[in-house]
Design a protein. Sequence first.
Length: 662
Amino acid sequence: MELPQDGRRRAFIERVRPDVDCGRAALKRVLGEIIEVRADVIAEGHERIACVLLHAPIGSEDWITVPMMPSEEDVWQASFAPAKLGRHRYTVSAWIDAFATWRQKFVRRTDPDDIALALREGAALVRAAAARARGPQRGALLAYAGSLESEAPRQERRQTALSEGLRELMAECPDRSLETIYDPPLEVVVERPLARCGAWYEFFPRSAADSPGRHGTFATAAKQLAYVAGMGFDVVYLPPIHPIGAGHRKGRNNALQAGPDDPGSPWAIGAASGGHKSVHEELGTLEDFANFRREAERLGLEIALDVAFQCSPEHPYVHEHPLWFARRPDGSVQFAENPPKKYEDIFPIDFGTPEWRALWVELRDVVLFWVDQGVKIFRVDNPHTKPFDFWRWLIADIQARHPDTIFLAEAFSRPRVMFRLAKLGFSQSYTYFTWRNTKQELTDYFTELKEKRDWFRPNLWPNTPDILHDYLQTGGRPAFMGRAALAATLGASYGIYGPAFELLEHAPREAGSEEYLDSEKYQIKRWELMREDSLRSFLTRLNGIRRENAALQDDASLTFRPIDNDRLICYSKTSREDHNIVLVVVNLDPLRAQSGFIDVPLEEWSLAAHDAYHARELLSGQRYEWQGPRVFVTLSPTESPVLVFRIEARRSASERDFDYFV
């Protein structure tokens, strides 16, 4: 067996955290977010250890050094906040601190001969540090060394040796020649804050026409952006905006035969007029899209585009790259299917093609094309049906060029597959929220997701064009309000498919189906946006509450609170930096009023048991005065199926004025 590279290295580092899969995947953070790093560091014997955190952007040759301090026995801690978007690396370095070890022993010496000899040892250490130092530090250290070796009284030299000034100088000029560095370094992907927190709104531009019976355009859809911005959403997500194939086009309600006026599914991408780098001619031109995007930006909205790597039978790829598609025994191209479902209007791409390199580059260039058009957010359709390594490569390549891009995975797949996609680089992911409806289901699921918050960011959708859950089909208006509130407060990121959601669209194609009747995927819809029964005002207030309360802009503090009724769910989020506590109660029964006692964690929130405190209900604006650890609430489906409280502590029981929780 070979000897180690240098067996004199004695510091041993293990369990550097946070980490993801022992460093095989990257941590996720947003710009400005502090990363707390901890490491277990030990050495044999009783020597003192010095430890530093090292971090740098990927590609930088120089480390930024942050001293680490002991937080408990053999555990060291420090923090850093990356100053730019992109991938960063971080690690820990440790070494035996000879001067700190000497100083620790010296302070206990009492024999005059021992002290004299130790002062000579200390002077030698200080002179060695002076040789490593630069500028004024060198002169200061040489002066200290001279003092330790001088003929001055021993007590005076002892005080000099133990002075804080010398200790600080020696710490600034350490001997790291035998340092141990934790290897390989860990990585963190730093993204925009929108990757962690945002409200998404999906709509079909083709349904945003000025008059009935017409096909919407980018120009007419731009007029709907003020409606979306007015509700307080951050992101407008558009289904595919590309040309739609005519071959095997689906009709209304997914009928196999399309009528002459049926527009087809936007996910059947490609026609003679172009493919993934083109826009549907009835929507307009690329310049029209640019105008649409600029109007969104003027209103404070960002555009998210759907990335669906699949083709209609008439997509140019089918003719230009025939080897990119699998063939059936009769020579025909294999269409998409999920038996018994068949999608004859869609050809899946064969990632097993011998031309896979050219295929990967082309699909990467599709994303780059739209980045060049000003799009920085992409919702990726069915990523779990494409190779993992493809996504790892594509996302890393795009973000290396454009670190402000965000990728949302529409990954309705097995849990481990969904989580693997997050570790490959997706900024956010769809979840099983739609199918978690009971108190126990919601509590268990979001407790699980919280444990994965270092690398998995959920984006919660109560509905999509593909999914109309039975709870919304049968629960009426209270069900829509409850699911919206859960999505908007359980998750820092959430989205709705509108206007179907705010207009309470709830009719299924048939009993037992999660497909919409007269689905917008296959026809142009006419929406009455200003209907009196719309949830527009409710969603506006929800989004306003999210913006006004920092506690709701992160998922790390989510805590479920006891409430003695299984049809009521209660949870809180807190932001100590902003002295902000939000307590949410939702009635999961859309048909009946439910009541229960909430257990308020007074000690955790620094509230005195004998003092009154205030709970401001943010949806209604009402203010309540509470006292004690148990509070009774009633939620009526027709009046208030949701209560969102901001907890505010009074200065004292006798004062009428109060501040937010401190």
